[in-house]
Design a protein around this ligand. Structure first.
Ligand code: PEP
Ligand code: MG
Length: 754
């Protein structure tokens, strides 16, 4: 190969650009491309394989192999050397290809005489679009410069293919590869509300217009200058009196400075420029490689590092561009999409034109999330890959309630979200009206409406919803979102925040309800054949008592001087409950011996989720201070209906006469035993179901905070005696569902069901 700086790849790249501009058909241009690449690289064969649906690499053009094989030869992902390059997204350089275990002989190609093989992936934005290969008869390894050169050509090809410069990418039959296809992302809902608007990229990727350098020496000089400026600007951040960095933020920027000075990075960038790319294209190319490499390792530490490099690369692009200030102008209904953001940056954008925010990395308790909630801006966080996929001006729908972000949403999706948004607005207006009104029925019965929660982000809903307290705090959620088991001190601090937020209102802490569909991201979990009936909740707690005791210790400590309510999940048998209660008593005793501050009173309740416990209600109520019906699990077991299986989870209605009779039975026997019973499953939050439950005699219901308003409106519009008599009559019927009858009753009596 000639010295690359002397012109080899540069001339080649220029030729490619010219071929691209020709008015010929796509196939004719591809055919020409392979011919030019082959001759420039002194290769006897050059082929382009592009990825089609189901990850199949199809031969699209070749110089040197049989033309008849074009569009006929196909390799699956991982199949043959081409499939292997596609799968690993790494170049493969072999002096004796046929002896490689992955070599797959395709007679139609006539590739028998060729021994040496070099294949490089055609990648862009972390996606593999295809594979570019060269082959020679003589057995030889291609040298480093040749590999680099072919990668550079592949990068240009990727750009051409992705932007439809060659042919309409829909022809590839792989919608996933089209840059303009609609894409649905899912993340974490961190600030409520629905936003529909146009994407504004936060620190947008500088669009690299010029890929091929006219003068490589000049590009090298530009790169070096921009790198020096970048370093100086990072140094300046550290000495800036305006920023006045201290503590953690200083450490972060100091680590960041080390990355800016990384010699390996500098070298890679310079090498990429030497192959004939512009400085901007070199930055892109090095980032693409880094992204792919890190994505494959799956190492979280490296991922963190990647974000620093991404940030640096963006800054470096801005220095190359001479545009050091990040863009701040918004148009009406802008939705900011970015990787990460600080609270001040969000404030910079202002509330007026900003309607939504989507970030790839943000913790629920981060300052930017707090500011977004304070500003009332819907935020979806931890949306993987959106910043690379979004383009400025794309239409986007953000749902801060469910965590969805629909990029380039089709019109029907936008329509559906518009409807949802106006319904939400109506509901919010009604909610605000009833929030401070008491949940009292027309005949003067007070119904306690509590909310279910599990994370700190739920806490503001306590005030907003007007809930009487937290009737179910699912503590396992906190354990499920972390990467390691929370330490005792973290648990104490967490429970304290919940208790403080609730103020005078009661909080019922359910101990860890793990197992079933709730597994921890750490620790070893054995797959079970029937997880719902398996090693779950209290069963785990009794077999691993340290887990329960630690959690109880944290709860006791966090509730010093206040009443503490503990709820044990999945109690199947009174003896098991007693064992758990004894463990709690031991912790209380330990606290007393150590003279630690104690809760004012400790109440321990049992969840009624396992049908067996129904037959032991009088007995359990002698040991338990209260019982909470977990109707989600109870109905799953009673109807033998897997709640996680969509084919059956709605097969039997909670308004089935058996379900109502069963709940009536529980309420009666609890009343006979003088016990306190409430319900905290999903049905508590549905106004029609809640009406039936109140009719059956329940006086405390715990539900999603958003349902409190609608249920309160229902409560305020019913007469418990009327509903009670009606439901009593329904219990004797044999309908599959009593929904229609209950709905008709509600309509007749003017019950509000929103
Ligand atoms: C239930 O089973 O009704 C319940 C409230 O618990 P979870 O949904 O967390 O299993
Ligand atoms: Mg349950």
């Amino acid at each position: 190969m000639p010295n690359v700086l002397a012109g080899g790849p540069r001339i080649l790249l220029r030729r490619l650009r010219e071929i691209m501009a020709e008015p010929a058909s796509a196939q004719a241009r591809l055919d020409k491309l392979v011919m030019v690449i082959a001759s420039n690289m002194v290769a006897e064969v050059c082929s382009i394989y592009l990825r089609r649906a189901s990850n199949v690499y199809e031969l699209f053009a070749t110089e040197g192999l049989n033309r008849g094989a074009v569009h006929r030869t196909r390799m699956k992902q991982g199949e043959g050397l081409v499939g292997l390059v596609g799968e690993t997204a790494e170049p493969i350089n072999l002096s004796d290809a046929p002896s490689h275990p992955h070599f797959s002989y395709r007679p139609e190609t006539g590739e028998d005489p060729y021994r040496s093989f070099l294949g490089v992936p055609i990648v862009r934005g972390g996606q593999v679009y295809g594979v570019l290969t060269v082959q020679n008869r003589t057995a030889r390894l291609y040298d480093e410069e040749e590999v680099e050169a072919l990668q550079t050509v592949a990068m240009v090809l990727a750009e051409i293919v992705a932007h439809g410069g060659l042919f309409d990418t829909s022809e590839l039959d792989e919608p996933e590869l089209r840059a303009d296809r609609p894409r649905a992302f899912r993340g974490e809902p961190l600030s409520d509300g629905i936003a529909i608007g146009r994407v504004v990229l936060h620190e947008p990727r500088v669009k690299v217009e010029r890929l091929i350098a006219d003068d490589p020496q000049f590009e090298l000089a530009r790169l070096d200058k921009a790198l020096d400026q970048l370093r100086a600007s990072v140094d300046q951040m550290l000495t800036s009196t305006e920023l006045d960095l201290t503590g953690e933020s200083r450490e972060v920027i100091e680590a960041y400075r080390l990355f800016a000075q990384d010699q390996g990075w500098r070298q890679k960038l310079r090498d990429a420029v030497r192959t004939g790319l512009t400085a901007e294209a070199a930055v892109e190319r090095v980032q693409d490689e880094l992204r792919l490499r890190i994505a494959r390792t799956g190492d979280t530490m490296l991922r963190e590092r990647l974000h620093d490099f991404e940030d640096l690369a963006r800054r470096l692009q801005r220095h190359l561009d001479g545009n050091v200030e990040p863009q701040r102008e918004l148009t009406k209904d802008s939705v900011i999409v970015g990787r990460a953001m600080g609270p001040a940056e969000l404030l910079d954008y202002g509330r007026e034109r900003l309607t939504g925010l989507v970030l790839e990395e943000v913790a629920p308790t981060s300052h930017v999330a707090i500011v977004a909630r304070a500003m009332g801006i819907p935020l979806v966080g931890n949306v993987e890959g959106i910043a690379d996929n979004a383009r400025a001006g794309d239409l986007i729908v953000v749902d801060g309630e469910t965590g969805e972000a629909q990029l380039r949403a089709p019109p029907e999706v936008v329509r559906a979200f518009n409807t949802r948004r106006s319904l939400r607005e109506q509901r919010a207006a009604q909610m605000a009206q009833v929030r401070d009104l008491p949940a009292v029925t027309r005949d003067g019965v007070h119904i306690k409406l509590m909310m279910n929660a599990g994370l700190l982000i739920d806490l503001p809903h306590l005030k907003e919803s007007g809930a009487d307290g937290i009737g179910l705090f699912r503590t396992e959620l906190q354990f499920m979102i972390g990467e390691t088991m929370p330490r005792l001190s973290d648990q104490i601090a967490f429970y304290k925040r919940v208790i403080d937020a609730a103020g005078d209102r009661p909080v019922v802490f359910r101990t860890l309800d793990l197992g079933g569909d709730k597994v921890l991201p750490y620790g070893r979990w054995e797959r079970e054949k029937n997880p719902a009936l398996g090693w779950r909740a209290l069963r785990i707690a009794l077999d691993r008592p340290a887990l329960l005791r630690y959690q109880v210790r944290a709860l006791l400590c966090a509730s010093a001087g206040q009443p503490l309510r503990i709820l044990l999940p999945m109690v199947s048998d009174v003896a098991e409950f007693n064992l758990a209660r004894a463990l709690i008593d031991r912790e209380l005793e330990r606290g007393r011996l150590l003279a630690q501050p104690q809760p004012k009173q400790t109440f321990v309740g049992a969840m009624l989720e396992v049908p067996a416990l129904m037959f032991m209600l009088p007995q359990i109520l002698r040991s338990a201070d209260f019982v909470s019906i977990g109707s989600n699990d109870l109905l799953q077991f009673v109807f033998a209906m897997d709640r996680t299986n969509p084919r059956v989870s709605r097969r039997y209605d909670a308004l089935n006469p058996a379900a109502l009779t069963l709940i009536r039975q529980i309420i009666r026997s609890a009343a006979d035993a003088g016990g306190d019973v409430s319900l905290c499953g999903e049905i508590a939050g549905r106004p029609l179901e809640a009406m039936a439950l109140v009719g059956l005699g329940l006086r405390t219901l715990s539900m999603q905070p958003a349902n409190i308003g609608p249920v309160k409106m229902m409560v305020r519009s019913i007469d418990t005696r009327e509903v009670g008599e009606f439901v009593e009559r329904l219990c004797g019927r044999t309908d599959h569902s009593l929904r229609t009858r209950l709905t008709a009753f509600a309509a007749e009596r003017g019950v509000i069901l929103k």
